[in-house]
Design a protein around this ligand. Structure first.
Ligand code: SF4
Ligand code: SF4
Length: 499
């Protein structure tokens, strides 16, 4: 039995899980239209390989990953590509990004070239990584980092962590997945363990999910005769927010601290979400790309909270309609949970690989902010051991260099400081604003630096051309001078004649 540790800070929150977890998985009807962003992941956007007017099948490649940290995008429905253009995507900034739009023909025709791969047990780690990459699998816990990039090149790790800790209130899609597809989660975890060659694999689930824990353990026992599941353990962890954070979970399971600015492999760990493990199962056992995901629709403002299997690119409005619609004229829509989610400007936005929950509130949770009383509660709650009140002062004063000194980049935007602040200061909003300003300034500095280098190179090129022209001119002049001088023999005879 795996020993457990504690991380600093954290909160015990009201779960609000029962509202949405009881119904199992509901299939969404095929949407009439899907909007598929070319960047649903961390890294470079995928490059489109289809054209407007082209007929596509479900599972067909729409956009190819051209760089190592990127992921391809596939058609989630069959139909016709009607646009490749900028559309609003779910992002706190409300930014518009390139998307492929498909009008569905409602026929659900699968791409005929999808092939079932050979038995994963006979495949090399490299081949398995290729299958995962080709299927467009990314971290489905919210990080959306391309999984193939996370799994390679191989680094020495001893512990694979499969994260089934769904610690945000209201969200139940991972719990539902573990209850409905425990077999696929365990098989996917076994494949991942082979790829990273870890001695042990810990599937971590919070102790408020007894059914998921029981089903995973039962499946593990059943598969023992068929798969190599030695070293795989299902671990129950205490329900404390944010245990689902990668660094917090590694601390709880191994006692190891991922260094500031560091990555889990530096302490011998790799961490992936249970949804990612199931998507890896689909990629290596069935050859199917990532075309849909489980999304929780919940909150006091929706009629029938539930978990839905949603084709990627489906609009939030279609999803809300399937959940019986909203109960108020002015709902507040949050993508994600109440702690780490962000407000959506409308229902027209598409569900992407990152969308785990649509939370519908009937009124805004924010209360008027008052001055900081320096109580220190935010620092006690911070799981990253930061000083949120200091970060707040410097973010407010736009002193971005000081924010770096106070490790703003280590802030995981968990919202614990917000939740405990008696002055109701929207601390995380300040941190997000400061991070985007710092990123913007860094971007502008980089562009300015590139312009300076290009200008310098141009000046050097012009100077070199000027010098070359001068040298040519000097050579021509010297040539003309030599031509004008009499030949040495002629000069000698002229001297003789004169004497
Ligand atoms: S919890 Fe709020 S009031 Fe207290 S120190 Fe932090 S920011 Fe200030
Ligand atoms: S949001 Fe950032 S500063 Fe606030 S508690 Fe979480 S990690 Fe700490």
């Amino acid at each position: 039995m795996n020993r457990l540790w504690r991380f600093a800070g954290g909160l015990r929150l009201a779960g609000h899980k029962r509202e949405s977890v009881m119904g199992g998985v509901r299939q969404l009807p095929t949407p009439k239209r899907v909007v598929l962003p070319l960047q649903q992941h961390v890294g470079a956007p995928a490059e489109p390989v289809v054209q407007v007017g082209q007929t596509v099948c479900k599972g067909e490649l729409l956009a190819r990953a051209e760089s190592f940290v990127s992921a391809p995008v596939h058609a989630s429905v069959s139909g016709t590509v009607v646009a490749i253009d900028n559309y609003a995507v779910p992002h706190p900034s409300g930014i518009a990004e390139p998307c492929v739009v498909i009008e569905s023909d409602g026929e659900e025709r699968w791409w005929p070239d999808l092939k079932t791969p050979s038995d994963p047990a006979t495949q090399s780690a490299e081949k398995l990584r290729e299958l995962i990459r080709a299927a467009g699998v990314v971290g489905l816990g919210g990080a959306v980092f391309p999984s193939a990039a996370k799994l390679g090149p191989p680094r020495p790790v001893d512990t694979l962590v499969i994260n089934g800790v769904e610690c945000e209130p209201y969200i139940t899609c991972d719990d539902t997945l573990m209850r409905s597809r425990p077999d696929d989660v365990v098989r996917g975890s076994a494949v991942l363990r082979r790829i990273v060659a870890a001695q042990r694999c810990l599937i971590a689930v919070e102790d408020n999910k007894p059914e998921a824990l029981a089903r995973l353990r039962a499946v593990l026992a059943t598969l023992a005769g068929e798969l190599d599941v030695s070293g795989i353990e299902v671990v129950s962890v205490p329900t404390v927010f944010p245990t689902g954070g990668e660094k917090q979970l590694i601390k709880v399971l191994t006692g190891r601290e991922v260094p500031v600015g560091g990555l889990p492999y530096e302490v011998g760990c790799v961490c992936l979400n249970v949804g990612t493990a199931a998507a890896v199962h689909d990629a290596v056992y069935t050859g199917r790309p990532l075309l849909s995901r489980l999304v929780t629709v919940t909150g006091p403002g929706v009629r029938h909270p539930d978990n839905f299997e949603v084709p990627l690119g489906t609009s939030v409005s279609d999803l809300l309609a399937a959940a019986g619609g909203v109960t108020t004229d002015a709902p507040e829509l949050i993508m994600g949970g109440p702690m780490m989610g962000f407000s959506l400007p409308g229902e027209h936005l598409p569900i992407t690989k990152a969308s785990n929950c649509i939370l519908v509130r009937t009124d805004s949770a924010s209360k008027p902010a008052m001055p900081c009383i320096r109580c220190g509660s935010c620092a006690s709650a911070c799981p990253m051991q930061l000083l949120p009140q200091q970060l707040y002062w410097h973010a407010r004063g736009r002193e971005f260099d000081k924010l770096t000194r106070y490790h703003l980049n280590s802030c995981i935007e968990c919202g614990c400081c917000n939740a405990v602040c008696p002055s109701h200061i929207p601390l995380v909003d300040y941190f997000r604003f400061a991070k985007s300003e710092i990123a913007d300034q860094a971007y502008k500095r980089e562009r300015a630096n590139e312009s300076r280098i290009r200008n310098q190179q141009r000046t050097e090129r012009l100077e070199a051309a000027r010098r070359a022209a001068e040298e040519r001119k000097a050579k021509r002049k010297a040539g003309r001078k030599r031509a004008a001088e009499p030949a040495p023999d002629a000069a000698a005879s002229a001297v003789r004649e004169a004497s």
